[in-house]
Design a protein around this ligand. Structure first.
Ligand code: PBG
Length: 334
């Protein structure tokens, strides 16, 4: 870019920073509640609010409590929520059959929220990890994740989720061929309006630890997810996965984790026109909370700044455990 500034003192860039109104007037990026998807953890029971120790301020909620929170999210202007089930160990097995039980926890929660809060979008993860006694997103046999057998399970899972009223499916499993299989299954079962937000650039990250605690998968996981999730060193590969998922019928794509991968977000939003979302994951949340709880950073200001970075990188939206909090912050500016 050529230098368009006149030499000093004709140019004094601080003129544009001199007052709040001037700064607001020339601001390049804004955040609004419309930009957010709020992830929520669901558990069995009634009237349950169960704190997650590694995510201070985030709770597992029974369905009745989740309805209240979903209603609050809708009232503060959040367009959509993403639901994740805490699955009891007795409901996990090697073939992940609970994943395609139409009456499993997440499908019951979806039905209940769909009827109590009709105007909020509901997104569900398509992946086997909450239901897998091996803790993986795919079916494990002889130490290997079996791609095509996993696809058959994911297809069944996606259909029961659509039947429950999910508006957006988020395949987060990173198997090859999953978007095409799920898209065709949705078409042939009359779910043309169900959108797919593909977790396309999902990196094999150590930032997911607190999430695995939250859904009860930490203890179960054997080994790591490196044979299917992306190597944190690779950007070209992330781009290839995004192009592939869009060509198989994804409507939107996602980069995950968020802040450590802002370069990936920015490159994608420059090169690809489909809406790109970032997931500010559990470990990112936990780091901000831990520092704030120690009094080392100003929580609200850091939350705002961290979320602004995704918009600056060009993202259409953000999945964040801070979605409701930021709506409140925006309502009474810092
Ligand atoms: C499961 C899934 C994970 C997250 C969302 N869906 C964890 C994983 O892949 O191990 C992580 C979200 C977070 O850390 O906040 N497929």
């Amino acid at each position: 870019m050529e230098n368009q500034l006149a030499p000093f003192p004709m140019s004094r860039p601080r003129r544009l920073r001199q007052s709040d109104w001037m700064r607001r007037m020339v601001s390049e990026t804004t955040i609004s509640p419309d930009d957010f998807i709020y992830p929520m953890f669901i558990c069995e029971g009634e009237n349950v609010t169960d704190p997650i120790p590694s995510m201070p301020g985030v709770n597992r909620l029974s369905i009745d409590m989740a309805i209240r929170v979903a209603n609050h999210a809708a009232n503060v202007g959040i367009p959509a929520i993403a639901l994740f089930p805490y699955t009891d160990i007795k409901d996990k097995n090697k073939s992940c059959t609970e994943a395609f039980n139409p009456k499993n926890l997440v499908n019951r929660a979806t039905r209940a929220i769909r009827s109590a809060v009709p105007d909020i979008g509901i997104m569900l993860d398509v992946a086997l990890d909450p239901y897998n006694s091996d803790g993986h997103d795919g079916i494990l046999r002889d130490g290997e994740i079996i791609n095509d057998e996993t696809l058959m399970a994911l297809e069944k899972q996606a259909i029961v989720q659509a039947e429950s009223g999910a508006n957006i499916l988020g395949p987060s499993d990173m198997m090859d061929g999953r978007i095409g299989i799920i898209r065709s299954a949705l078409e042939s079962n009359d779910f043309q309006n169900v959108a797919i937000m593909a977790y396309s650039a999902k990196f094999s990250s150590s930032y997911y630890g607190p999430f695995r605690d939250a859904v009860g998968a930490s203890g179960a996981l054997k080994g790591d997810k490196k044979t299917y999730q992306l190597d944190p060193a690779n950007t070209n590969e992330a781009l290839r996965m995004i192009q592939r998922d869009l060509s198989e019928g994804a409507d939107m794509i996602m980069v995950k984790p968020g802040m450590p991968y802002l370069d990936v977000c920015q490159r994608i939003t420059k090169e690809i026109s489909a809406p790109c979302f970032a997931y500010q994951v559990s470990g990112e949340y936990a780091m901000i909370e831990a520092a704030a709880l120690n009094g080392w950073i100003d929580r609200d200001k850091v939350i705002f700044e961290s979320l602004l970075s995704f918009k600056r990188a060009g993202c259409a939206g953000i999945l964040s455990y801070y979605a409701i909090k930021i709506a409140e912050i925006l309502d009474s500016p810092l």
